[in-house]
Design a protein around this ligand. Structure first.
Ligand SMILES: Nc1nc2c(ncn2[C@@H]2O[C@H](COP(=O)(O)OP(=O)(O)OP(=O)(O)O)[C@@H](O)[C@H]2O)c(=O)[nH]1
Ligand SMILES: [Mg+2]
Length: 354
């Protein structure tokens, strides 16, 4: 699963990238380097920590998301296609990082305007794609019925984009969605808005144009996550005890990274199942609704092919029982077949035969 971080210049994208991927890429003080970068972001999961305490494994492997950080998009750049947008064409989802703090140049935060500008920017970029595809179809030698159908579909997209609507808000048939997926329209990708606030706004939960932003997010069905990137950076560098105290002081139960990861999982329809043993405790990302046999294939194709049964216990049931032996005694460990629909937090041992 790949996620792209986009936003206007100096909104804190690289700061958020560093937070998510635990790296130390240089942030832009003023006019930073213009290049894209990729990194792996471990998905915070308290269940893994608990399991690690129980099994003392040699290895602890969280689920991971790949994150792409692109340089800021200047306003009105879609006059020509924006090359940084191309760096995020292939991602599965986008996070728009919005500046909610005063810039080094003393510009106050204007998150509503920034959101509107970026929506316009990616909408124009999609409009450009639609037009190019229409041109190509028109210049083709012959209009097949498939081409004609696609032309009609492109007309619908064109109109929606012109009205400032996102393509993911269109009620498209499954076949049409599949047809369009190859074009990598940006407004067809799941989007999260990340408001990167200064300390005061974050603590109070109040920021400029809050109600208008909330209304726009609700209308477009986009999750809104509030974060204070600069403070989060400090929190991350603390040891566990200090971190807990710092967070109590801020009035948050979870780090911003954890809240962002949850929002991403939720919006993308993802869940994690877990495997636990003395060698390794690990989380695996699957789509909600995945059946046991297919989930087994995440670990290894042999396990999927030779699937016999899945031994499953819900994380909460194991935690209540205290350990696997007691969970079994209490009848909490079930044997499930290949059709079983995996649940978030299932701890699984696949039985297979190759
Ligand atoms: N006050 C405050 N400053 C922040 C916050 N996040 C980032 N900054 C500062 O804003 C400046 C830009 O941060 P970056 O993370 O480089 O922003 P960017 O969006 O990656 O910038 P470009 O890649 O140049 O578009 C840096 O000086 C950061 O220290 C925040 O939450 N609060
Ligand atoms: Mg940057």
């Amino acid at each position: 699963m790949d996620i792209g971080l986009i936003g206007l210049p100096r909104s804190g994208k690289t700061t958020i990238f560093n937070l998510l991927t635990h790296s130390h890429a240089e942030t832009s003080a003023y006019g930073g380097k213009a290049e894209s970068r990729k990194g792996l972001a471990p998905v915070p999961d308290e269940r893994l920590d608990w399991l690690a305490g129980l099994y003392q494994p040699k290895k602890l492997t969280p689920a991971q998301l790949q994150v792409v950080d692109v340089p800021g998009l200047a306003r009105g750049e879609s006059q020509g296609p924006n090359r940084f947008l191309n760096d995020v064409r292939l991602v599965d989802a986008l996070i728009h990082v919005v500046r909610g703090f005063e810039s080094e140049l003393g510009e106050g935060a204007a998150p509503l305007k920034d959101l509107e500008d970026m929506e316009l920017e990616i909408g124009l970029s999609d409009l450009d794609l639609v037009e190019k595809r229409r041109e190509r179809l028109k210049s083709g030698k012959k209009m097949t019925p498939e081409n004609r159908h696609e032309m009609e579909l492109l007309d619908i997209l064109y109109q929606a984009l012109e009205e400032g609507r996102r393509l993911d808000q269109l009620d498209l048939a499954e076949d049409d969605r599949r047809l369009l997926s190859g074009y990598q329209f940006l407004t067809l990708k799941p989007m999260i808005w990340l408001l990167n606030l200064d300390d005061d706004s974050f603590k109070s939960g109040d920021y400029p144009d809050r109600s208008a932003i909330q209304a726009m997010a609700a209308e477009k069905n986009i999750p809104l996550v509030l974060m204070a990137g600069a403070i989060e950076q400090e929190i991350q560098d603390l040891d566990a005890d200090d971190r807990a105290e710092f967070m109590r002081d801020l009035g948050v139960a979870e780090t911003g990274t954890a809240r962002l990861a949850k929002a991403a999982y939720d919006h993308l329809g993802l869940i994690s199942f877990l495997t636990a043993g003395e060698d390794e405790v690990r989380a695996w990302t699957i789509e909600r609704g995945t059946a046991a046999k297919e989930a087994a294939g995440k670990i290894h194709s042999d396990i999927e092919r030779g699937f016999i049964r899945a031994e499953v216990v819900a994380f909460t049931a194991l935690q209540e029982a205290g350990n696997m032996v007691k969970a079994k005694e209490q009848g909490q460990v079930r044997l499930e077949g290949k059709e079983y629909v995996m649940q978030d937090g299932d701890i699984v041992n696949f039985r297979f035969n190759v």
